[in-house]
Write a protein that binds this ligand. Sequence first.
Ligand SMILES: Nc1ncnc2c1ncn2[C@@H]1O[C@H](COP(=O)(O)OP(=O)(O)OP(=O)(O)O)[C@@H](O)[C@H]1O
Length: 189
Amino acid sequence: MTPGRIIFLNGTSSSGKSSIARELLDVLDEGVFFHLAVDAFNAMRSKRELGAAELDAALRRTRMGFHRAIAAMSEVGKDVVVDHVLSEPWRLFDCLTVLRPEDVLFVGIHCLPDELARRELARGDRPPGLAAQQYELVHSHGDYDLECDTSTLSARECALRIKEFLPHRPRPTAFTRLSRRYLTDGESA
Ligand SMILES: Nc1ncnc2c1ncn2[C@@H]1O[C@H](COP(=O)(O)OP(=O)(O)OP(=O)(O)O)[C@@H](O)[C@H]1O
C-alpha cells in the first residue's frame, strides 16, 4: 500500500495553521485529505480537573498519541494535513521517530509578532502572550521544505502555494535532513 502524504504545518498559536488546513482540504483536488489538529486531540480529553503534574503527563501522552495517529493514517494510505505547534524539542524528535521522513512536506507558518498579538486579542479564545511565548521556540530547528508568511498572504494564498509545491517537493526532505541531524548525528536542540 502506498503511504499517504503528510503536509505538516508548524507555527505558533494564531499563525493561521487551522485556516490554511481548512483551505487545503478545499483546494487539494487529488486524493482525499484529512485535517489532524493537535487542538482537536486535546479537546477529546474528559474534562475532569487535573493537578499540574498530572495535566503535564496527560498532555505529553496526548501529543505522543497524536503523532502516532498521524503515522497510522499515513501508513494505511490516507493523506493528511497536520496542524501542530512544535514548541518543545521532544515534540519534533518524536515526530521524526514515528513518521516516515520521505512522506512529510514540512511547512513553516510564520507571522509577525504584532499581527499575532492583534489576532489573539481579536479572537479572545487564546491567552494573551501565548504566541509571543512560542515565537522563538517553534522554528528553532531552522529547516523546512516550504515557508509561508500569513502576515502578508491570506490562508487561501498559502494553501495554493502549498498545493503547487507538493508535487515538486525536494529530496531529501526537510524531515530526512532533520532525522540525520538529531537522530543519527545526535545533535541536541
Ligand atoms: N492569513 C491570514 N490573514 C489574516 N488573518 C488570519 C490569517 N490566517 C488566520 N487568520 C486569523 O487568525 C486567527 C487564528 O487563525 P487560526 O485559528 O487559523 O490559527 P492557528 O495557528 O490554527 O491557531 P491555534 O494554534 O491557536 O489554534 C483567526 O481569527 C483567523 O481568522
